[in-house]
Structure formats: structure tokens, C-alpha cells
Design a protein around this ligand. Structure first.
Ligand code: UN1
Length: 494
């Protein structure tokens, strides 16, 4: 079995702790992908010291040249797409079609960042005064600490890393302990593309030690975290105390609304993909179906038949629709919520148990599960579960649907199936989410648009698109007075 290393100070090195953890295939726990460093605070300290040197060099590299390296990163990801998809499925379980999409999202993000290196626009505006020039431009910030989750092992790190690098920052990367192999390969690719070694530091390990040490380090002024709302609060408290720039991307309780006039076949395809894709382990997963009373029973009948046909298994095998959950605790959490649903009086109409038999016995599989008659305001309806569990809420009309959609503490994505164009536009305005899809499921974010949510899902920042470039750079304003005399703003201008 391979023992992997950290990448610190330009070298692949063992952790100072001498400790390692196993990276396990969740579809077959007998299969260990490798041993990865269980690093400590001292490793983070070394990484930060080196990243500061990397930053000094990188910030002086012209942005178009930084972009050229990211374009090469994109080319290398293209060349290794199939291989990375396969190793990603092995380490986290989602089917190959999805891990291929994950790599593609990284490729798209790389090419976007490459071009952004040639834009990075500022503003030139007229001055209040004669013979004076006024402009704004963007400067890099410093060392960015990036803490990423398991569900999009390649795409989410690239959402953070590529714009951070394009803007001229150095990066300390801590991938989720469930997906260290994908993180390792991504760093190999950055180095192969020609990124100066000290600009990227990879420190494997656990959130309580490595993640916390990055967040608490005074020389890491920028933190980007994707994960649970609970951990995000701790990260936020520390960053607030230290006045750090922080981007948080956290929980969701995303709803699909299906109205009486919807195309039900279309809604059904979207629902299966939204609710059970990635085994429901997405921040954008469809975990609530809010359905109008006129189509409620028909939709549910058809849904039951379709769900029964979903094939669970190893995501590398042809024909697998749904992979395992990531680890034992996440499966226990789903089981806990099945108990809560029953106790709250909802009706279990599909699944509800571990999926077992043959190859499934060795993985963390759980049956796609549906509860109907779920009450707005109940725990099943309000809390993020992060698994293949769909709660169905029946409503009288669009107004009630919108209210139910909005009445949760999260606000990532929502989806509306209707043929009424007026209602569709009203929904864009009235649904309290960062992203609303019309006639498409709650997943499907594109790399060149801002991604993120409102309320407890985030803290006002966005990943992706143009907005993330603002996050990873500081606005600098320059005034040049070429009048040769003292001109006083606000005083000498009129
Ligand atoms: C997430 O849900 O954790 O379509 C990220 C999307 C994906 C990314 C999802 N590209 O929403």
C-alpha cells in the first residue's frame, strides 16, 4: 500500500507527527486507497513560513503569466480526466459519470482563471479635480488557507484555488480527510504545470488539528471553507476575532417545487438526479419536494416506480446509479433521521434501511428513501441530512409553496417546475436562495457564474464566476495629481 506525503516548502515530506490515517473506499471498506499524513500544528507552521516566500515571488509574477500556468493545469486535467474520475470514485463513491463531471468542472474553472489573468479589471474614473487621474486596481492579499469537503473532491478545491492563484496569492490546501488522494493528484498537476513550488502547500489531516491551525495562524489572512454550518460557525468566530477575510459555503435544505401545470416527466428526471445523485451528499441536493395537491398523488406514484429501479453499487461499475455514503457516521445520521421522520408522523413510502446483499455488504450503502406527509416546520423538513432522503410536502398553491421554501434557515438553491412564465419570474424574485432553477433541478451550477447561498448557507461571498476574484484580491485605489500644485479634494473642485 502506498504511503503518501504532504507537500511543504517545495518538497514531498512526512508529517512531523509520524502519524498516518487510512483512505478507505466507501463502496468496499476492505479496499484501502493509501495511507495519508495525520499532520499536526508544526506541519502547518512550516507550510505557512514557506508559503510566505512563495507569495513574495508569485505576487510579482504578471497575472497573464499566472493565468498561463492555470491554462496548463486545465490541459493536464483534460489529459488525465478518466484516470482522475476513476480514482475519485474509488475514494468517495459517486458514479463515474459524476466524477467525470467533477473533473470537467475543474477544467472549466482552470480555463476561466487562465483568461481572468488577462482581465482582472479595475476602474478608471474621472477625478473631481483637473489634471488628476483616479483609478482602482486589484492586488493579491497573501497566503490563502483553503479547507474543502469530500463531495466534490476536485471541483470545489479548484473553485477556491484557481482564482486565489490567478489573483497572485499563495495557497495552503487541506483537503477533506475522506478524499486526500484527489487532493494529492491536483497538487501534482499544479507542479507539473509549472507553479513555483512554494506557492502551493498541501497539508493532509483532520479539521480539529490541521484545519484549526490554518484558521488560527496569524499569517494566513484569507480563509475559504466549505463544510457544515456548525464547523463554519467556529471558523467564522475565529476569523472574526482575527479580522480575517473569510468565505463560507455551508448547509442547504434545497427544495424542488412542482406545480399543477408542470411537465411531470421532466420534473421526475430532475428529481431523481437532484435528490439521489451523489447519494444526496451535495450542498445543492434536493432534500425537499414541495408539490401542489393536484399532481401530488400522480407524481408520487410515478416516483416510487422510478426509485425502485435505481441501482446501487460500486460507482466504477457500468449501470450503477447511486453509490455509497461517505462513512459509517453519515449512514448513522441518515438512519437517525429515518427514526425522526417516523416519530414525527411522516409516512415512509420508499427505502428507510441500509442496502445490503452481495457487494453492498462491504460498503456504506443506504436505500433511496422518501417520506410523504412531511409537515412544514418539522425536523425532517428543516434540518440538513446529507444523504439519500427526500421529504415530500404537499401544498395548496404557489404562494404556500414559496412560503414553505423560504421558511428554513438555509438558502442555497431552489427549483421550480411550471409552464407559467409569469410565475417563473416571480419565483426568481421571491425565493430566498442564492440560486433558483426554473424547470431544472437544484443542482447544475456552471463554473463561470457565482455560486453560493443566503442566510445560514453562507456569509455573503460567492464562489465561481467573476465575484470570487473580488474575494481573493484587495482593491487598491491610485490617484495621480499631475497639476503641479496642491489641489484639495472636496474643497478646490468647484
Ligand atoms: C455542492 O452541491 O456541494 O451543480 C456543489 C452544482 C455543482 C456543484 C455543487 N456543480 O451545483
Amino acid at each position: 500500500m502506498t504511503t503518501f506525503k504532504n507537500f511543504i516548502a517545495g518538497q514531498w515530506v512526512e508529517p512531523t507527527t509520524g502519524d498516518y490515517f487510512d483512505d478507505i473506499n466507501p463502496a468496499d471498506t476492505r479496499d484501502v486507497v493509501g495511507k495519508f499524513p495525520k499532520s499536526g500544528k508544526a506541519d502547518v507552521q512550516r507550510a505557512v513560513e514557506s508559503a510566505k516566500k512563495g507569495f513574495a515571488l508569485w505576487k510579482r509574477t504578471p497575472a497573464p503569466a499566472r493565468g498561463d500556468i492555470l491554462r496548463k493545469v486545465g490541459d493536464l486535467l483534460v489529459a488525465r480526466k478518466e484516470e482522475i474520475a476513476t480514482l475519485m470514485t474509488r475514494e468517495m463513491g459517486k458514479p463515474l459519470a459524476e466524477t467525470r463531471g467533477d473533473v470537467q468542472e475543474g477544467i472549466d474553472t482552470a480555463y476561466y482563471a487562465a483568461v481572468e489573468g488577462r482581465r482582472m479589471f479595475g476602474h478608471t474614473v474621472p477625478s473631481e479635480l483637473r489634471n488628476k487621474w483616479a483609478m482602482s486596481f486589484r492586488r493579491p492579499i497573501g497566503v490563502a488557507g483553503l479547507i474543502t469537503p469530500f463531495n466534490f473532491p476536485l471541483a470545489i478545491p479548484t473553485w477556491k484555488m484557481f482564482p486565489a492563484l490567478a489573483c497572485g496569492n499563495a495557497v495552503i490546501f487541506k483537503p477533506a480527510e475522506d478524499v486526500p488522494h484527489t487532493g494529492h493528484v491536483l497538487v501534482e498537476i499544479l507542479l507539473e504545470a509549472g507553479l513555483p513550488p512554494e506557492v502551493i502547500q498541501l497539508v493532509h489531516g483532520f479539521g480539529e488539528t490541521v484545519g484549526a491551525a490554518i484558521v488560527e495562524h496569524p499569517d494566513v489572512p484569507v480563509i475559504s471553507f466549505t463544510g457544515s454550518t456548525e464547523t463554519g460557525s467556529k471558523v467564522g468566530a475565529e476569523c472574526g476575532r482575527m479580522h480575517k477575510r473569510l468565505s463560507l459555503e455551508m448547509g442547504g435544505k434545497n427544495a424542488m417545487i412542482v406545480l399543477d401545470d408542470a411537465d411531470l416527466d421532466l420534473a421526475m428526471d430532475g428529481l431523481l438526479w437532484g435528490a439521489f445523485g451523489t447519494t444526496g451528499q451535495r450542498c445543492t441536493a434536493t432534500s425537499r419536494l414541495i408539490v401542489q395537491k393536484g399532481v401530488h398523488d400522480t407524481l408520487l406514484d410515478r416516483l416510487g416506480a422510478r426509485v425502485a429501479k435505481l441501482k446501487l453499487g460500486d460507482g466504477r461499475k457500468q449501470g450503477t446509479d447511486v453509490g455509497p455514503l461517505i462513512h459509517a457516521q453519515s449512514r448513522e445520521k441518515v438512519e437517525r433521521y429515518v427514526g425522526i421522520g417516523k416519530k414525527e408522523g411522516a409516512s415512509l413510502v420508499a427505502g428507510g434501511d441500509r442496502a445490503t446483499g452481495k457487494e453492498l455488504d462491504h460498503g456504506y450503502f443506504f436505500q433511496p428513501t422518501i417520506f410523504t406527509g412531511v409537515k412544514a416546520g418539522s425536523r425532517l423538513e428543516q434540518e440538513e441530512i446529507f444523504g439519500p432522503l427526500l421529504s415530500v410536502i404537499r401544498v395548496a398553491d404557489a404562494d404556500e409553496a414559496f412560503t414553505v421554501n423560504n421558511d428554513v434557515k438555509y438558502g442555497l438553491s431552489s427549483s421550480l417546475y411550471t409552464r407559467d412564465v409569469n410565475l417563473a419570474f416571480r419565483a426568481l424574485n421571491e425565493l430566498d436562495n442564492g440560486i433558483t432553477y426554473v424547470n431544472a433541478p437544484t443542482i447544475g451550477a456552471e463554473a463561470h457564474l457565482p455560486f453560493g447561498g443566503v442566510k445560514q448557507t453562507g456569509n455573503g461571498h460567492r464562489e465561481g464566476g467573476w465575484e470570487v476574484y473580488e474575494f481573493y484580491s484587495e482593491t487598491k485605489v491610485g490617484y495621480v495629481d499631475y497639476s503641479g500644485m496642491l489641489q484639495r479634494a472636496q474643497i478646490d473642485n468647484y
